[in-house]
Design a protein around this ligand. Structure first.
Ligand SMILES: [Zn+2]
Length: 339
C-alpha cells in the first residue's frame, strides 16, 4: 500500500513537472536512452528508414533522433564542445530569387519581386538589421527602401529583433501570427523594440507582391505561432516550390497533425521539392551545401532541390520521426530532455 502511495506521488510530481515545462515554454524531448528503448518509437524509425530507401538515409538519421535536427551550435554544446563561433557571412544567392543574409548560425531571407522586396526574418536586433541586413541587401544590388513586407517566422529574438527598425525606416508591413505577436512583445528591449502590430498571418494565407505569391502556413511546435512559407524559387529557367521553415518540432500529437495537414494540403499538392531553414545545417540546407552556394551559384542541378518524388518521401520521414519522438515521450514521460 505504501508503495502504491509513493508511486502515485511520484506520478503526480512527474505530471506537474511536464506541465511546468510547458508553462515555461521549455520544449520536452525524450532522452536518447528512452528514444532508443521505446519499441513504439523504434517502429516509427523503421518506417522512416524504409521510406529513406538509399538516397535519404542521412536525412532520416538526422530526423529520427531524440531531439530531431538541431542547429550545429546546439549540437556541439550538447556534446560538451566549445560554443560555435558566430560570424557574419557574405550574402548567399540561394536561388535566382532568394538570398540569405546574416550569420553562419541564423540569417534572414531576401525575396526580390517585380514590385519590391519581401523579407523573411530580421536578425537579432536593431543594430544587426541596420549594420548587417541592410548593407547585405545593398551588396546583392537591391534597394532596402524597396522592402514592402516582412514575414516573421516566429517570435524569438533572432527572427523578430530587427523588425521594428525596418518597419519604421522603410514603412514595411510586418506579418506575424496571432500567438507570436504576443511572444515578440514579451522580449522588448532598447535594442529590440516591438514592431507595431500590422498583419496577423492565418493558415493558408497568400501574400502577393508583383510577380511573386507566397503561401503562409501555420506550423506550431517550436513556438505556438511558428509559421512556414511555401515559396516559388527560380533556377535555370524553371520555377520550383520549396518550404522555408522556421521550426519543425512536433511537440504534441496536435502539432504533428498540423504538420501532416501542411504536407497533405499544401506541400504535396503544390509539388514542394525542398525544405530549408534560417538556421543553416538543420534541413536540406546542410552546411556543405551552404558553403558550396556561398562560393558559386550552381550552373547544373541545384543541390537543395530534391525533386518531387524524393521530397514527398522526405515529408513522410519527418512525420514518422515526429511520431517516434512523441511515442518515446509517452512511453517514459519521466525521461525528457530540453533541446
Ligand atoms: Zn526560436
Amino acid at each position: 500500500m505504501f508503495r502504491n502511495v509513493s508511486v502515485s506521488i511520484f506520478v503526480i510530481v512527474l505530471f506537474v513537472s511536464a506541465s511546468e515545462l510547458r508553462a515555461q515554454r521549455i520544449l520536452p524531448f525524450p532522452t536518447h536512452e528512452s528514444f532508443a528503448a521505446s519499441a513504439e518509437a523504434q517502429r516509427y524509425v523503421a518506417a522512416a528508414m524504409e521510406l529513406a530507401q538509399s538516397d535519404l538515409i542521412e536525412e532520416a538519421n538526422s530526423y529520427c533522433s531524440a531531439t530531431g535536427p538541431r542547429r550545429p551550435a546546439l549540437n556541439r554544446e550538447a556534446d560538451g564542445g566549445a560554443p560555435l563561433e558566430d560570424y557574419q557571412l557574405e550574402p548567399i544567392k540561394v536561388f535566382e530569387n532568394l538570398y540569405y543574409v546574416g550569420f553562419n548560425d541564423v540569417g534572414a531571407w531576401v525575396i526580390p519581386t517585380s514590385d519590391g522586396i519581401i523579407l523573411m526574418d530580421t536578425l537579432n536586433s536593431t543594430a544587426e538589421a541596420r549594420d548587417v541586413l541592410v548593407p547585405g541587401i545593398e551588396k546583392i544590388g537591391l534597394d532596402p527602401a524597396q522592402i514592402k513586407h516582412i514575414i516573421i517566422g516566429h517570435g524569438h529574438n533572432d527572427h523578430v529583433g530587427g523588425a521594428a527598425y525596418l518597419q519604421e525606416t522603410y514603412g514595411a508591413q510586418v506579418h506575424i501570427t496571432e500567438a507570436d505577436w504576443d511572444l515578440s512583445f514579451s522580449s522588448e528591449t532598447a535594442d529590440r523594440p516591438r514592431p507595431i502590430k500590422d498583419r496577423v498571418v492565418t493558415d493558408g494565407q497568400e501574400l502577393t507582391l508583383g510577380d511573386t505569391t507566397l503561401t503562409l502556413v501555420l506550423t506550431p511546435g517550436h513556438t505556438d505561432g511558428t509559421l512556414a512559407v511555401l515559396a516559388p524559387v527560380n533556377h535555370l529557367g524553371r520555377t520550383h516550390t520549396i518550404f522555408i521553415f522556421s521550426g519543425t518540432w512536433m511537440t504534441s500529437q496536435e502539432s504533428r497533425l498540423v504538420f501532416e495537414h501542411v504536407f497533405d494540403d499544401f506541400g504535396r499538392p503544390m509539388g514542394a521539392e525542398s525544405a530549408i531553414s534560417g538556421h543553416p545545417g538543420i534541413l536540406v540546407n546542410k552546411i556543405e551545401y551552404w558553403d558550396q552556394l556561398g562560393r558559386e551559384y550552381p550552373t547544373g542541378p541545384h543541390p537543395l532541390l530534391l525533386g518531387k518524388e524524393r521530397f514527398d518521401r522526405y515529408m513522410s520521414i519527418m512525420l514518422e520521426c515526429g511520431s517516434a519522438r512523441l511515442a518515446a515521450m509517452e512511453d517514459s514521460p519521466d525521461r525528457m530532455t530540453r533541446p
